[in-house]
Design a protein around this ligand. Structure first.
Ligand code: PMP
Length: 412
């Protein structure tokens, strides 16, 4: 694997096609802020995990170094300061997605957030999922004993809300959909999904993993009931994410893990619990990662989500147009996909394509993307996926297209 060594990756065999995306983002300046992109690496796997800007790295180094102390317990100033910073990060997450601070639970990531709701939501009944869900929005519901129903997709790969409307009954107590698909890039009409869910008395959980890094999210406007996302896809650290839930729903949910920090009073006879969100944060939290998440949100908002969205949308259309001009590529997902392009190349396994691209310093994802039911629906075992971030640019696309052409020559 090449990783991001110093090699001049562009293949001399194949000329790089000229490309012409121009957006308001200064990607040269931005790329210089990402040590992980040094050496001219064409990183097209941001949907899996985003590279980190220096500001995030610096924030975690500070939190683990000069500022380090525990939270919520210490009587000394350093710990009190860290507690203030920890709670300020909660406020920051709330402001970022339009909720209130006491509605934000820090979790390890979207996976843990969905597991928490699936286990603790008191009114377990039927949950409506969709064909395109990530395994982390399927398996937790199965494990927690919910009856799972599956909403089909439209032909261009969006969750079919007409079908959802026909399927929903008053036995459904939850609807849980991806806000943006990690394979197809399709965006849910979340406000309509909320209306449909609420129409039968169900709640709506949105898996926002792929939405928060590429579009403005306002949970109040979406009218959802739970929203989850992972920090590492938002240019922040791994091991941290957030679950937002309506205050009255969180308050009605019992704790799902026991330990320090989540209690009110403990005796061997009876234990009472802290109010939400502390009730759901058992144990010493991910203090360092929370500081990194705060810095990541500051960074993303400094660049601006409308600009990031426009930038990634322009890159998606440029790549889809270029791939459509080839006669050996099948494209999946809608034309207005958010930051993500999945495709198959005739006669070439995506793993072979991924390996050859890696030799040219282009990193794509080849696999089932933790969405095996969707692969079955598409009739393929795996797809190739290129996904963009705020640092992606036309040179990345040119390198990918050159690598695809090189692969074609190898495979004939
Ligand atoms: N949902 C979606 C749509 C995702 O893309 C991912 C990560 N690929 C997840 C959930 C799970 O996120 P994590 O592994 O960070 O918990």
């Amino acid at each position: 694997m090449n990783g991001h060594s110093q090699a001049p990756f562009a293949s001399s065999e194949v000329e790089m096609p000229r490309t012409g995306v121009s957006t308001s983002l200064d990607t040269n300046g931005i790329r210089a802020e990402f040590p992980g992109l040094a050496g001219g690496w064409h990183y097209l796997d941001t949907a899996a995990t985003a590279q980190k800007p220096q500001a995030v790295i610096d924030a975690t180094v500070r939190a683990m170094g000069a500022d380090y102390a525990t939270v919520h317990r210490g009587v000394y100033a350093r710990s009190a300061n860290m507690t203030v910073a920890y709670e300020a990060a909660r406020e920051r997450v709330a402001r970022f997605i339009g909720g209130k601070a006491d509605e934000v639970v820090f979790v390890r990531g979207a996976t843990e957030g969905i597991n928490l709701v699936a286990h603790s939501y008191p009114n377990k009944g039927r949950v409506l999922l969709s064909v395109l869900e990530h395994h982390s929005n399927i398996v937790p519901w199965q494990l927690a004993g919910w009856q799972v129903d599956v909403c089909p997709l439209t032909t261009d790969g969006c969750i079919n809300l007409d079908a959802a409307e026909a399927m929903l009954t008053n036995e459904h107590t939850m609807v849980a959909f991806a806000h943006v698909s990690n394979v197809l890039g399709s965006t849910l009409d979340a406000a309509r999904a909320a209306k449909l869910a609420h129409g039968v008395g169900a709640k709506l959980l949105l898996d926002g993993c792929q939405a928060v890094p590429r579009m403005e999210v306002d949970v109040a406007a979406l009218d959802c009931d739970f929203y989850v996302f992972s920090g590492h896809k938002l240019y922040g650290p791994t091991g941290i994410g957030a679950l937002w839930g309506r205050a009255e729903l969180l308050e009605a949910m019992p704790p799902w893990q026991g330990g320090g920090s989540m209690i009110d009073k403990v005796t061997f006879e009876k234990t009472t619990y802290a109010p939400a969100p502390a009730r759901f944060e058992a144990g010493t939290p991910a203090i360092v990662e929370v500081m990194g998440l705060h810095a990541a949100i500051d960074y993303v908002e400094h660049i601006g989500l409308p600009a990031i969205h426009a930038h990634e949308t322009a890159l998606v259309s440029q790549l889809r147009d270029a791939l459509r001009r080839r006669n050996d590529i099948t494209l999946f997902g809608p034309d207005n996909a958010a930051g993500i392009v999945s495709f198959a190349m005739e006669g070439v396994h995506p793993h072979d394509l991924g390996t050859i691209l890696d030799e040219s310093g282009v990193a794509i994802r080849a696999g089932h993307h933790c969405a095996q039911p969707l692969m079955e629906h598409l009739g393929v075992p795996v797809t190739a996926r290129a996904s963009f971030g705020l640092y992606s640019d036309a040179d990345d696309i040119a390198a990918l297209l050159a690598g695809i052409e090189r692969t074609r020559r190898i495979f004939g």
